[in-house]
Design a protein. Structure first.
Length: 226
């Protein structure tokens, strides 16, 4: 009897109470609150802009709604996403039915093309990407343009780009003139977001210098057949 009583006592610790069975050995760390912000990456707090998402579930599907419409995409393995080349405006992100508003910085207008001692005589934009270029529309693509400012004198000329029909500055910069410099070329690469249902990406840009401007051709790409 003594031996049997000893075995019974040894077996007791192996039986877990219902409360202990339900208890988790280590509680999972909570995810940070989902956030979204439009960040200006240019000089003086102006464009171009990057849309930054953080704090979402890893690889979560999200819908981004902004000035260019709605787009469904997916965040990375760390729950983050950086969407470069975003247009200025208001954005929201929806994930699992929950909508998150994106912080938008105050709009910084360019300085109106102060030219100093430089006399600008001509502004041009050449379209480098041929309309009809075949791309995979389910993936990001791009269109390239070449701006040209012609002038004379010494100093810097401020310029900015606008995207499609928007009047919001898309990117700003300065062109430097001096001895022997009659023109300055400005390569502009416009990232294009993936499209759905075979909708072809289409875009044009306008270069502004003071009260002068020049618009590119409309570039409409062709979606490759699946």
């Amino acid at each position: 009897m003594i031996r049997h009583r000893h075995l019974t006592l040894l077996a007791v610790p192996l039986l877990l109470s219902p409360a202990a069975a339900l208890a988790s050995p280590a509680a999972a760390a909570p995810l940070p609150a989902a956030s979204c912000e439009l960040v200006a990456t240019g000089e003086g707090g102006s464009g171009p802009y990057t849309l930054v998402l953080e704090g979402f579930e890893p690889n979560q599907s999200v819908t981004i709604k902004g000035p260019q419409g709605s787009q469904r995409t997916r965040v990375g393995a760390e729950g983050t996403l950086d969407r470069q080349g975003a247009r200025y405006g208001q954005y929201t992100v929806t994930a699992k039915g929950k909508r998150t508003g994106c912080l938008t910085p105050p709009r910084q207008q360019p300085d109106g093309g102060k030219q100093g001692k430089v006399q600008v005589t001509k502004v041009e934009v050449f379209t480098l990407t041929k309309p009809g270029t075949v791309v995979d529309c389910t993936k990001p693509s791009k269109a390239e343009f070449d701006g040209k400012i012609t002038g004379s004198g010494n100093g810097k000329v401020s310029y900015y780009w606008t995207y499609a029909s928007s009047s919001e500055p898309y990117a700003t910069g300065t062109a430097t003139f001096g001895p022997g410099v009659e023109s300055v070329s400005l390569l502009k690469v416009v990232p294009l977001s993936p499209t759905v249902n075979g909708v072809s990406p289409s875009v044009f840009v306008t270069l502004h210098v003071g009260n002068m401007s020049a618009r590119s051709d409309q570039v409409t790409l062709t979606c490759a057949k699946p």
